[in-house]
Design a protein. Sequence first.
Lengths: 107, 338
Amino acid sequence: MAKIKYIEFNGTEHEANVANGLSVMEGAIQNDIPGIDADCGGGMSCATCHVYINDDEWLKKLPEKEMGEDDMLDQAFEPKFNSRLSCQLIVSDDLDGLTVHMPEKQV
Amino acid sequence: MIKTDVVIIGAGPTGLFCAHQLGIIGLKCEIVDNLDKIGGQCIELYPDKPIYDIPAVPKCTGEELTNNLIEQVKPFNFNFHLSDRVQELKNENNKWLVKTINGKEFETPNIVIAGGVGSFEPRKFPTKSAEKYDGKSVLYSIKDKTIFKDKSVVIFGGGDSALDWAIELSNSSKVTLVHRRDEFRGAPASVQKIKELSDNKTIDLITKYSIKDVKGNGSLESVEIKSELGESKVIKADYVLGFFGLIMQLGPIAEWGLNLNKKTIPVNTENFETNKKGIFAIGDICTYPGKLKLILSGFHEGALAARGCFKYARPDEKYRFEFTTASSTIKDRLGVKE
């Protein structure tokens, strides 16, 4: 279990306790947190669960991007160096305290 | 005006199998999809990715699944209206009048929405200023490449479309290719070619930059790009092209009064009819308690929705359940000779 903080583009904060094994994307969807669309449902094929990891320590600590994630991020709305697809961030105890920022929009 | 029993919106796996089921029970349908090819997400998002959860098919790619479904529905000779989109629905005397953006009109008692997560449209530049030039000098697809002859063209993107057009247009235009990172997702041969063209100065290749602003006075003059470190550059541009893949937009479906819930349409689980009589929704776009976004669920939903369509298309007939293994009527419809 990890407590994840989701911050919308307008600054609204949401916190959710997400069970291990779920993705950060699923944590948002299951808790009705706006700002993550996840059109493809977690298949790494749509880039609409895009988030920014603003904290450098967290950015280093997260598992590295797998092949294909950056390709998908090319197609996201305003991707940056600290962009991730939240469907690829699998929750474990290690992710407790992670904060993700949502972009202005997903599509 | 085309009169039919059912209009299916969406030619993905769910729409295709629903069409098959309509054919089996003796109904006609017309299928509309805004992509230029059949297959929906399977063909657009993951043609080469294997799918492992189609019943009795241990493994197949999105493209193989699509080709098999096309073959399965072939005996019925249904019409596909591709590169078109249903824009407007109107109810008149218990019939739906359907209009598409290309001006086609249908009259039908039934509409089956199998629209996935919406229609695929190119992702556009996030910069507001680019909207002014949209379709004129800021483009997301190319219809006529001769307009770029001897012009300055700035291309954004790292996939095959961006690379292929950069290579192609470099013959007759001044091409700058801008991409947000050093790696490209396009085919290795194209990436190699781009590097050669960049090394011999045929094209300008700028990586780790993205668009900041487009500028002009009436007509487009330049595009400003920025790096994540805050540097910026201005490049002369007659045309700016963006190739960032496709996104899915619900589009006009959102305006048909279907009580949308988070981009999905609530339906009953008896025949997948929506709150509007004669409008059904199946596949990823529908929602009900226990909904799974699996292709197999879409098949089930399509089979039941087809039976739901029967009562409005043939109000004076009683629907008879038959097996394809036993029914000679169905075999006739399939054109099977024994």
